[in-house]
Write a protein that binds this ligand. Structure first.
Ligand SMILES: *Cc1c(COP(=O)(O)O)cnc(C)c1O
Length: 448
């Protein structure tokens, strides 16, 4: 594994209550100085992080099954990211690409053209956050089509800015009290196999038919600029749309001159065992949005797509002061090199190979686990009241808390708050991965 000398020891170590006294002291200061709207999953304050471990200020070493929400796939202090970003910092921190450009930005755009699906001519524009990338994909699709409507899906998540709140399906906590939202946004069904009423067998076909019917009859296909979908829905609960659904929607978009946008902000960059999750069904999106895993923890995002669509916006219409910051671009080049060098797609597949059978086995003994799903290192379990599909958010919270106290950092998610998601760094050691699963199993034995 590539690591710097400051990477924490790769072992679980619980030496105080979690959070420990130093974290609690810092947290009291946080409560006084930081707005309450900015919450924390687990208020342990970090000293160092890297590989598969987060080390806190009290000396606890937590096994990392979160990667800062699917960001630090190469680790939180990957050697190449640190080296490239440090060198860039010493040369210059910023000029604004829209004022005087630099090569790093162009190199990232070239990498994106090479790595994203399809061999057509591609161009990119870089931004700071995932939400900003999604907003810009919509701007570009509107400029290209001369249409206004945007179609999104049940359980979708696209960010916290005004337009992306409108595109996001879940009210609490993302939208509640923050309206009014941007207009011309329409939400249609997605093929969620576990919760499809007539069963998973019919899910792809029925969901696609309903979605297409609603778009055609309620919006009018000729009014739609873009269809925006996550190939694996992240915040909605790691929902893999039933096979056949995505190709059907992509075909419909193509037949109707609608820009098909794959939001790969969470699922991209090796997370599912492929560079991009849409490759799984051979889908070639018109535009693809990326962020999170792209730069090893530095803030960077992109819209990449067909050159003729990307060029639809007039000069000066896209950009931003910091978009494609040189240090973030250097970090991205280091992260992408690391993904290639360590073959992190293979690592993600190996993580799936270890996790899924283990989780299936835990589920055999614990009927509260209703579903085990996901691909690569984007895996989840959905918790329900045994014998039903009634979501059990309470148990989900308790399991997460027990894991945290035992030194395993896990995240919950899902429309119903009843999904535990696993997003380990792709460079995590197999022993740590196994130990994390032991901790999870103990938590179920204790609570379920
Ligand atoms: C996280 C996420 C976003 C928003 O990204 P930010 O960098 O938080 O703005 C958008 N879409 C998906 C699928 C995401 O997972």
């Amino acid at each position: 594994m590539t690591s710097t000398s400051s990477t924490p020891a790769q072992e679980r170590r619980v030496v105080t209550a979690i959070p420990g006294p130093k974290s609690q002291e810092l947290h009291a200061r946080k409560q006084a100085a930081v707005a309450d709207g900015v919450g924390n999953v687990l208020p342990v304050y970090v000293r160092r992080a890297g590989g598969g471990v987060v080390e806190d200020v009290d000396g606890n070493h937590l096994i990392d099954f979160g990667s800062g929400i699917a960001v630090t796939s190469v680790g939180a202090s990957a050697e190449a990211v640190v080296r490239e970003a440090t060198a860039q910092l010493a040369d210059f921190t910023h000029t604004c690409f829209m004022v005087t450009p630099y090569e790093g930005y162009v190199k990232v755009a070239e990498e994106l053209a090479a790595l994203t699906p399809g061999d057509h001519a591609k161009k990119s524009a870089l931004f700071n956050s995932g939400a900003e990338a999604v907003e810009n994909a919509v701007k570009i699709a509107r400029a290209h089509t001369g249409r206004q409507a945007v179609v999104v899906f049940d359980h979708g998540y696209h960010g916290r800015t005004n337009l992306t709140m409108a595109l996001t399906s879940k009210s609490m906590p993302y939208k509640h009290s923050f309206g009014p939202f941007a207009p011309e946004v329409y939400r249609v069904p997605v093929a969620y196999p576990y919760r499809w009423l007539t069963g998973p067998e019919n899910c792809a076909e029925e969901a696609a038919a309903q979605a297409i019917d609603q778009i055609s009859k309620q919006v009018g296909a000729e009014n739609v600029a873009a269809i925006v979908i996550e190939p694996v829905l992240g915040e909605g609960g790691f929902i893999e749309p039933a096979k056949g659904f995505l190709p059907r929607i992509a075909e419909f978009a193509k037949a109707n001159g609608i820009v098909f946008v794959a939001d790969e902000i969470q699922s991209g960059f090796c997370r599912t065992g492929q560079w991009f999750a849409c490759e799984d069904e051979g889908i070639v999106p018109d535009l693809i949005t990326t962020a999170k895993g792209i730069a090893g923890g530095l803030p960077l995002a992109a819209v990449t797509g067909r050159a003729e669509i990307m060029d639809a916006a007039h000069a000066g219409g896209l950009g931003g002061t910091y978009g494609g910051n040189p240090v973030a671009c250097a970090g991205a080049l280091g992260a992408i090199a690391t993904m290639r060098e360590l073959d992190l797609n293979a690592k993600a597949k190996r993580i799936e190979e270890i996790m899924k059978p283990r989780l299936a086995k835990i589920a055999e003994n614990h009927p509260a686990i209703g579903d085990v799903r996901g691909r690569g290192a984007m895996i989840a379990i959905e918790l329900v009241k045994p014998g039903t599909k009634e979501p059990d958010a309470e148990l989900t919270g308790k399991v997460a808390k027990a894991c945290h106290q035992a030194g395993l950092l896990i995240l919950t998610t899902g429309t119903y708050g009843n999904v535990i998601r696993f997003l380990p760094p792709l460079v995590i050691g197999e022993e740590l991965l196994g130990e994390g699963l032991d901790v999870l199993e103990s938590a179920f034995a204790e609570l379920a």
